[in-house]
Structure formats: structure tokens, C-alpha cells
Design a protein around this ligand. Structure first.
Ligand SMILES: [Mg+2]
Length: 352
């Protein structure tokens, strides 16, 4: 991007952040984890796109047609928007939009075409934005820098991370944290990190480094088990079973969470998407109600399912983790399905 263009964009962003739409900030740095998806996934997405469009169109054909639907249907052949259903956004206030990052704005570090332009268009249309992620091992500032390097304009305070949500939800508690070191500093701003006599055992996510082996080693898991046996709550940043990497699928921390649940006979409370607590924290950061909010994501369970359960509307994008067969029998269903984030501004204009 040319420097002049970046300067104008930065100015526009600063203006927006000073406006009444500027969001509440999470104080202090937080850390996030970055998932990476293989090139094979991208190819798979591309190869199934047409089939997915056909199936969604058939699914949507049973909905009662209306002005909005007819308008959007006309645009299907022009813009690739294949799902004509999005409830009208209440007038008076523009939408509050939660944007998933991995798989929506980038895939394996490669920007989704039109993503930066879409973010800019959403701001220009007056929408309030919040960038949401389940990542648990990278600094929020660094993640923001990565997004800026992709041309996406954002303030670091616009990011809601899972560790930040956990710190807010567990404020003041004595916590035994089995997390990456990078997360501990942020947790310590709102909770008391302890080695024993904990009120909460908190498990973070895994990453591809050797640190994962140390964090989730036998001694630590056994210490966590002892605390659970003594009555501590079990909380985890997420409960994912595995994630896709350039080396293939890797075991994620959900396996260790499930192991502790099994051993101690307890159930874990999950902080990250798709839990309602996560969406509540993100909406509070944005100063928005669920009724005026729209979640945009690539995961029909974590993004769409979680958002719908929390009372938000949800738009599913056909990038990243999206698989066409995930729509078959999906419940709840997304309010709209689009080819990518690039289609979202036009979709919201139609709905507004
Ligand atoms: Mg995603």
C-alpha cells in the first residue's frame, strides 16, 4: 500500500477512534494464539465453493421471498453472495460487527482478497467493529501488527482475545494457570497466579513449540488434578481437540482438558468461542447489545453457533475453515452465507 494511502487510512482510523463509536478498551496487553491452516485446506475450500453455493441456494429457496431477498438474489450472479437471508438491522444505530480473524481476514498468514477493503468499507458505513479470536499464545499488540501488515486498519484495543476474556471473568481469583508463558503476564493483571490452593485451574491452548510439552507435562497436569480434587473450578480458554498446521493436524489442549475432566469427575467451563461468556465480553468491549450485533466467521460451530446462541446474527464466509458439508443439517443456521469478507459490506447495506 502506498504511504499516502496508508496515511489517509490512519487518519481516518484515528478520526473514527475519537468518535462516539470508539470502543471500550481492554486495559493492559493480552496475548493470543495464532492458528495456521495448511495450503491443502485452501485448495479444498476453492474446489468446493460451487457445490456449496448450489446447496445453500436450494436451502434458502424455502424462505418466504421479500424485497430484500429479491434484491440479494439479483446480486448473486454479480457478487457471489449466495445466501439471501439476513434480518434487517434496526435503524437508528448501525450494526456492531464482530469479525473473526483466522480464516476470515487471513488464512495461514495470507490475506483474504478484499479483506482490508471490506474492513475499511464497514468503518466508512458507520459500523462499529470488534476483532475476535480464540488464539491464546501471541501478544495482542503483535497480532494487531500482523493484521496491519496485511493492510487492515485497526487499533490494538479493538481486539478481544480469549485470555483477556478469561482475566475479566476470573478477576480476583487464585488461579493455577497451565498456559503459555506469554499469557501469564496478562492474567496476572486481574488474577492471582498461584502454584497451589487455587480456586481455579485454568488451561490455555497449545502451540507448535516445545513449550506445549512443558506446560502440559505430567507434573503440571497432576498438580492441576490435585487442585481439582480439592475443589477448584476447571476453566479452559477453549476445548479444541486439534488444529491444522503445515505439519498436519496437531493435538490441542482440549485433550488435556478432557483428561482432567475424566480424572477429577468435573466439567470444564470454556471461556473462548462459542461460549456465551466470550460473546458477552466482546459485546461489552464494544458497548453493544446482542440484538444489534452481527458475527462474521468461518466456523459454523464456534462462530455461527456461538453467536446465534448469544442472540447475535451470524454471517458465514466460505474461506478458511469453511466446509460445504458443514451446512448440511447445521443448526442453528447462519443468517447469511457469503463467499468471503469482501461481500459483507454489500450484504449489510442491503440489510440496513
Ligand atoms: Mg476462524
Amino acid at each position: 500500500m502506498a504511504s499516502a494511502s496508508l496515511s489517509r487510512a490512519s487518519s481516518r482510523l484515528r478520526h473514527w477512534l475519537r468518535s462516539s463509536c470508539a470502543t471500550a478498551r481492554i486495559t493492559g496487553p493480552t496475548f493470543v494464539r495464532r492458528r495456521r491452516f495448511s495450503a491443502v485446506d485452501n485448495d479444498s475450500d476453492a474446489s468446493t465453493s460451487k457445490l456449496a453455493s448450489t446447496r445453500v441456494s436450494v436451502f434458502c429457496a424455502c424462505w418466504p421471498p421479500g424485497p430484500l431477498e429479491r434484491d440479494v438474489r439479483r446480486r448473486i450472479s454479480l457478487s457471489g453472495i449466495a445466501s439471501p437471508r439476513l434480518t434487517r438491522i434496526d435503524s437508528g444505530r448501525m450494526a456492531a460487527i464482530l469479525l473473526d480473524i483466522d480464516g476470515v481476514l487471513h488464512v495461514s498468514g495470507e490475506p483474504v482478497p478484499g479483506g482490508a477493503e471490506a474492513v475499511r468499507a464497514l468503518r466508512d458505513d458507520g459500523h462499529r467493529l470488534r476483532f475476535v479470536t480464540n488464539n491464546t499464545t501471541r501478544a495482542r499488540e503483535r497480532l494487531a501488527d500482523d493484521l496491519r501488515a496485511l493492510g487492515i486498519e485497526l487499533d490494538t484495543g479493538e481486539l478481544t482475545t480469549t485470555p483477556a476474556a478469561a482475566a475479566a471473568l476470573l478477576a480476583g481469583a487464585r488461579v493455577l494457570a497451565l498456559t503459555m508463558d506469554a499469557v501469564r503476564g496478562d492474567l496476572a493483571e486481574q488474577v492471582e497466579l498461584v502454584d497451589r490452593d487455587a480456586e481455579v485451574v485454568l488451561l490455555g491452548g497449545a502451540d507448535e513449540t516445545e513449550e506445549t510439552g512443558r506446560v502440559f507435562g505430567y507434573e503440571n497436569l497432576n498438580r492441576a488434578f490435585a487442585e481439582l480434587e480439592a475443589g477448584a473450578r476447571l476453566v479452559c480458554l477453549h476445548k479444541n481437540r486439534w488444529w491444522q498446521t503445515s505439519r498436519g493436524p496437531l493435538l490441542d489442549a482440549g485433550a488435556f482438558v478432557a483428561g482432567l475432566e475424566y480424572a477429577a469427575g468435573v466439567g470444564a467451563e470454556v471461556v473462548g468461542k462459542p461460549t456465551r461468556a466470550y460473546f458477552d465480553v466482546a459485546l461489552a468491549d464494544l458497548g453493544a447489545s446482542a440484538e444489534e450485533a452481527v458475527m462474521v466467521g468461518d466456523d459454523i460451530e464456534a462462530d455461527v453457533g456461538g453467536a446465534k446462541a448469544a442472540g447475535l446474527r451470524a454471517v458465514l464466509v466460505r474461506t478458511g475453515k469453511f466446509r460445504e458439508d458443514s451446512l448440511v443439517g447445521a443448526e442453528p443456521r447462519p443468517d447469511a452465507v457469503v463467499d468471503s469478507i469482501a461481500d459483507v459490506p454489500a450484504l449489510l447495506r442491503e440489510a440496513g
